[in-house]
Design a protein around this ligand. Structure first.
Ligand SMILES: C[S@@+](CC[C@H](N)C(=O)[O-])C[C@H]1O[C@@H](n2cnc3c(N)ncnc32)[C@H](O)[C@@H]1O
Length: 480
């Protein structure tokens, strides 16, 4: 067990007022018995008996003695272990102290016990499997190196824990799964992600290593509930900050077109907060669950779901929003509107973004008829889809009442990966690829330009969100 880990464990077992820098010698090496190589879980093998001292106190004095300043920091304080036990003499009770030897107690404490006529006797407490954390048990059986993750680390999605086991941990997989199930009450299923990722729909192959074969998870994010089949759709709880960052920028009444919407982590909360949303995905399973989540979160009126390739969806969204406007549903209350405006201002300040020009209060936009934001979260290849914007607004030029001069073109939020970890190099790399696909220069001085670092996904790979306003020349390009 690693030193820092032992210290943390001792800290969790000691009374809060105790300093962990000088634990009693008998507790210093507190860790479960080591059984390196155990592959079938035997819970009985993790019992550990610790020598302690029992102070034999008259039953009637116990209340005062255990609270005495000179004793308070020395009493055994371990969850699920009783610190007061019966004594052979029915007039006495045993108060367990966390030292094995009277010499470990400070002189004033010893003097107090002697003056009070309280005798000390050797005793012991026994910790069992239930006293150790998942990582303590797994570190007791699996050899790990100092710089490695521990086999007990997992990500939780609803009732599912997903682990990413190294090759050398595979012989222990059933045990790792069982220990996680035993220790985390909200987990019913433990899966190991296999290396295969579905090339198009971006979900992982996985195998159940413990618990129920139930992949339909329910989880919450951005104030909404999401249910989905984790084995057949993409979901990543680590993206919740990014979901929230963009959602906070969508004004109530604005139209958001999410081209790769998955089960709806941008689309559903955006609709919930008053935007009108076109949510699209190519994976029929994602579409099915996005529809389900739309109902569960009561946003049927504000979220329209389609199953199409992102290119066709991007091209068709402006005409769809114009020709088939969303029915006006009940406007937000003034309070909701103010809350949303505050949320957007704070998010924009934090992200260092100037709020988009099209932001208006809902009453000023009686009919949502043009797309205000596109979201493209398919970082592996979304940049390549930028060619679809060429001429996407051209069909509107023939629509009665459409005025290109009075129309604010949408902001495009396009997620991507780069191998360049330095911001300048990443900016050059992403702008170049965006330029090539869009057929128009993408530069830092464009209207609405922002390159936001979402997260490091691997030691040599960063995920960004590139935002810029769709250039007029691209939007109205002549379609031949
Ligand atoms: C990385 S996931 C993101 C899902 C969701 N936006 C989120 O943040 O969780 C990418 C999504 O793109 C979808 N997808 C992949 N290729 C697509 C395409 N050509 N057109 C539309 N959607 C696509 C996948 O099915 C998947 O749901």
């Amino acid at each position: 067990m690693k030193a820092a880990h032992i210290a943390a464990r001792i800290a969790s077992l000691l009374p809060r007022t105790m300093s962990t820098s000088s634990p009693s010698p008998s507790l210093r090496a507190l860790q479960p018995p080591q059984h390196k190589g155990m592959t079938a879980l035997d819970r009985s093998k993790f019992a550990l008996t610790i020598p302690v001292l029992a102070a034999r106190v008259r039953a009637g004095d116990m209340g005062a003695v255990r609270k005495h300043d000179l004793l308070r920091g020395h009493i055994v304080d371990i969850p699920k272990i009783r610190s007061i036990t019966p004594d052979a003499d029915p007039a006495l009770r045993r108060l367990l102290l966390r030292v094995a030897d009277p010499a470990e107690l400070p002189e004033p404490t010893r003097a107090f016990l002697a003056d009070s006529g309280i005798a000390l006797e050797p005793d012991s407490v026994t910790l069992g499997y239930e006293h150790w954390t998942a990582s303590e048990i797994l570190n007791a059986v699996i050899e790990t190196k100092e710089d490695e993750d521990t086999p007990s680390s997992f990500t939780q999605t609803g009732h599912i824990a997903h682990v990413n086991l190294r090759e050398e941990w595979l012989p222990y997989k059933a045990m790792i799964g069982q220990v996680i199930l035993d220790k985390i009450p909200s987990i019913r299923t433990v899966v190991n992600k296999l290396s295969e990722i579905h090339a198009e729909y971006r979900y992982f192959d996985m195998e159940v290593i413990a618990g129920d074969e139930d992949f339909v998870a329910t989880t919450s994010e951005s104030g909404c509930t999401f249910t989905f089949d984790f084995a057949h759709v993409y979901w990543n709880s680590r993206l919740h900050t990014e979901h929230e960052r963009l959602i906070s920028q969508f004004a109530p009444g604005s139209v958001v077109a999410d081209a790769m919407a998955g089960v709806g982590p941008f689309a559903v909360p955006a609709a919930k907060r008053g935007a009108y949303v076109l949510g699209n995905d190519l994976n029929p399973e994602s579409v099915r669950w996005m529809r389900e989540n739309r109902v569960r979160n009561k946003v049927e009126e504000r979220l329209r779901v389609t199953e199409a390739d992102a290119r066709a969806f991007i091209r068709g969204a402006p005409a769809e929003a114009w020709r088939n406007p969303f029915p006006r549903s009940e406007p937000l209350t003034t309070r909701q509107r103010e809350r949303e405006a505050r949320r957007r201002r704070e998010a924009a300040k934090e992200a260092g973004v100037v709020l988009p020009r099209e932001e208006k209060a809902e009453e000023e936009t009686p009919k949502p008829q043009t797309v205000d934001h596109y979201v493209m979260n398919l970082p592996d290849s979304a940049l390549e889809f930028l060619d679809a914007y060429a001429g996407s607004f051209t069909p509107l030029l023939d629509e009665p009442g459409f005025d290109a001069a009075a129309t604010t073109l949408p902001l495009i939020h396009c997620h991507c990966f780069t191998r360049f970890l330095d911001l300048d190099a990443a900016t050059r790399d992403i702008n170049e690829r965006a330029t090539a696909a869009l057929g128009h220069p993408v530069t830092t001085d464009m209207d609405g330009y922002l390159l936001h670092l979402v997260r490091r996904v691997a030691p040599n790979k960063d995920m960004y969100c590139l935002t810029f306003r769709l250039p007029h020349d691209v939007a109205y390009k002549k379609i031949v």
